[in-house]
Design a protein around this ligand. Structure first.
Ligand code: 13P
Length: 252
């Protein structure tokens, strides 16, 4: 029912030449039809990468404006992303929450704006190490989900993807254990179900944070983990394709 999804978040990396080469390698190495695959280059690289991806790999953006258009200097609207070939957009990545002070409600408004143009928002949530140590993991994530959901209707919720990315695991080489990921994913699924009956069964929940070829299969084997949001390892086509293969067959 939930097809596995693996997304590469290229963050603020690459040049026009290097992202073209990476896109070509991803297209030729990620051929597994049982997994949905997407890559999210930097905004300026979207139109460079879009024509290289073909039908097998989807394009995603790393952020979207809350506003549909007008005097918002520096912003990029959902309609602009769609016109450039995007199908997905990340919203609420912890780097943006921390660096750009994005609130959970703003993340919800961005998700709504994305959905209004036909994009699938990938809504990122996750706790810091201090919050985990203080046993606040669930409370923090539920607050992030509450804020996001307050901007949406139940019908819209089911069209979103959620990504659980513990902040302490991002770029640290210290992934959550499969058990830790599984526990949080199960809690998120129950929470989604409380917003809209039936949503817990259909919404894909990805894990992100130091996913590598060596730990991907174990994490993806957790019943509530439907794939991954991959940072560093997505910049290496061989690693990324190994992670995509690890997701094969993990969907329900
Ligand atoms: P890493 O895979 O580099 O830990 O990054 C995860 C991430 O932030 C993806 O959005």
């Amino acid at each position: 029912m939930r097809k596995a999804l693996v997304i590469g978040n290229w963050k603020q990396n690459g040049s026009i030449a290097s992202v073209k080469a990476l896109a070509d390698s991803v297209v030729s190495s990620c051929l597994d039809e049982s997994v949905d695959v997407a890559v999210c280059p930097a905004a300026l690289h979207l139109p460079v990468v879009a024509p290289l991806l073909g039908d097998a790999i989807a394009l995603g953006a790393q952020d979207v404006s809350e506003y549909s258009g007008g005097a918002y200097t520096g912003q990029i609207s959902a309609a602009m992303l769609v016109e450039t070939g995007c199908q997905y957009v990340l919203v609420g990545h912890s780097e943006r929450r921390a660096l750009c002070a994005e609130s959970s409600v703003a993340v919800g408004v961005k998700a709504k704006s994305a959905l209004g143009s036909g994009l699938t928002p990938v809504v990122c949530v996750g706790e810091t190490l201090d919050e985990r140590k203080a046993n606040q993991t669930e409370a923090v994530i539920f607050e992030q989900l509450d804020g996001f959901f307050s901007a949406l209707g139940s019908d819209e919720l089911t069209q979103c993807v959620i990504a659980y990315e513990p902040v302490w695991a991002i770029g640290s080489g210290l992934s959550a254990s499969a058990e830790q990921a599984g526990e949080v994913h199960a809690a998120i699924r129950t929470k989604l179900e409380s917003y809209a009956a039936g949503s817990g069964a259909v919404i894909r929940i990805l894990y992100g944070g130091s996913v590598k070829p060596g730990n991907a299969a174990e994490i993806f084997a957790q019943p509530d983990v439907d794939g991954g949001l991959i940072g560093g390892a997505a910049l290496d086509a061989a690693d990324f394709s190994a992670i995509v293969s690890a997701a094969s067959g993990s969907g329900e």
